[in-house]
Design a protein around this ligand. Structure first.
Ligand code: UDP
Ligand code: MN
Length: 349
């Protein structure tokens, strides 16, 4: 190759190198420019994300506030539909329910709860015959929107007493420990409530709304008839024309000091507070719980105030839930929710 040709070649190569360097440099500039652009975009998106997250939190807060407002409104509508505008001035009804775990319990408590949820100024004291409170009842109170107007307690009937129950001559008095726990709860938490009446309402009875108006009217101790109880169409106090209770229609153990059912009376809260030892006991003959309790409040027959139109109306029935006819295996399965199908669990738990 001649020198001239070599020089031309080298010049060409030099030119190519320079062009490449320029191109490479341009590319680098472009890349760092687009990198800066990208970084700016990322920063902007990060800011947008933070803003959106804040907005989301704010909306969630608003939704929560709205839900609380809705719940409040629902309760107001429910109470308003009772057309009781003076509800704030009504005496409080403390409704005490001992309740035992069994397959029919959810059904019974749903029916009872859906009655009680409509009653203004009512406080429901549920005492489970169990080691601890169940989710089933907690969820029910939640659904009924009664968590603020109820107490959910639990106390087991002592094993010793259950053992006695196998003795055919001895029938376990029901709800003794539970009702006493409710009395203690009232003394501790509601002692200063001046206008309150205490009523013992079993989970399987049937209650007319009008019963609660009668409960509120009592001064010291009110009584009224109970439908379908003690082998009678109705068990009622007998009221003389001067408005005093002179006797009872009870056929079963009429010699009792107060031959009436647990559902037949309510007492003023102040009596419970003043008589701290008053309550129920395992040590009384069958059918004497009501008499024992009323006597422990230092009440006598002369104190009874006949209510429900001088004991001529029936606003409560001693209905009893039939025991479910389940196989031994199914009964066993009801004790362990893990063994139940979804609808089975939903039926009882
Ligand atoms: N109860 C209870 N523990 C028991 C049996 C019953 O707490 O071991 C409750 C039951 O849920 C009900 C009340 O006590 O609210 C009265 O019981 P039940 O209805 O069986 O009595 P009855 O109406 O037959 O007199
Ligand atoms: Mn019952």
């Amino acid at each position: 190759m001649s020198d001239a040709l070599l020089i031309k070649f080298l010049a060409l190569m030099g030119f190519v190198v320079v062009v490449n360097v320029i191109l490479f440099w341009r590319q680098n500039v472009d890349m760092s420019e687009s990198k800066a652009d990208l970084e700016a975009t990322i920063q902007m998106l990060e800011r947008k994300k933070t803003n959106l997250l804040m907005k989301n939190t704010d909306l969630e807060r608003q939704a929560h506030r709205m839900a609380l407002k809705m719940e409040h409104l629902e309760i107001e509508v429910r109470d308003y539909s009772q057309a009781r505008h003076d509800r704030k001035n009504l005496p409080m009804v403390f409704f005490v329910t001992p309740t035992k775990r069994r397959p029919e319990q959810k059904a019974d408590l749903t029916r009872l709860g859906q009655t009680l949820a409509h009653i203004p100024n009512l406080f429901w004291i549920l005492v489970e015959d169990a080691e601890g409170p169940s989710d089933m009842i907690r969820d029910l109170l939640d659904r009924l929107k009664m968590t603020q107007t109820s107490a959910h307690l639990a106390v087991s009937t002592p094993e010793k007493m259950r053992m006695n129950a196998s003795d055919p001559n001895w029938k376990l008095p029901r709800g003794v420990e539970q009702r006493n726990a409710a009395l203690e709860y009232l003394r501790t938490n509601h002692a200063s409530w001046h206008r309150g009446a205490v009523y013992f309402g079993d989970d399987d009875n049937t209650y007319d709304w009008r019963l609660f108006d009668e409960i509120r009217k009592i001064n010291r101790v009110g009584v009224w008839p109970v439908g379908i109880v003690g082998g009678l169409i109705v068990e009622a106090p007998i009221v003389a024309s001067n408005g005093t209770v002179t006797g009872f229609t009870a056929k079963w153990k009429p010699e009792r000091p107060f031959p009436i059912d647990m559902a037949a009376f309510a007492v003023n809260l102040s009596l419970i507070v003043e008589n701290r030892d008053a309550g129920f006991s395992f040590d009384v003959p069958r059918g004497y719980q009501e008499s024992h309790f009323l006597t422990s409040l230092k009440l006598s027959r002369n104190d009874l105030e006949p209510r429900a139109d001088f004991c001529s109306k029936v606003y409560v029935w001693h209905t009893r839930t039939e025991k479910a006819q389940l196989s031994k295996k199914d009964l066993q399965r009801t004790l362990d929710p893990a063994q139940l199908s979804e609808p089975e669990r939903n039926a009882i738990a």
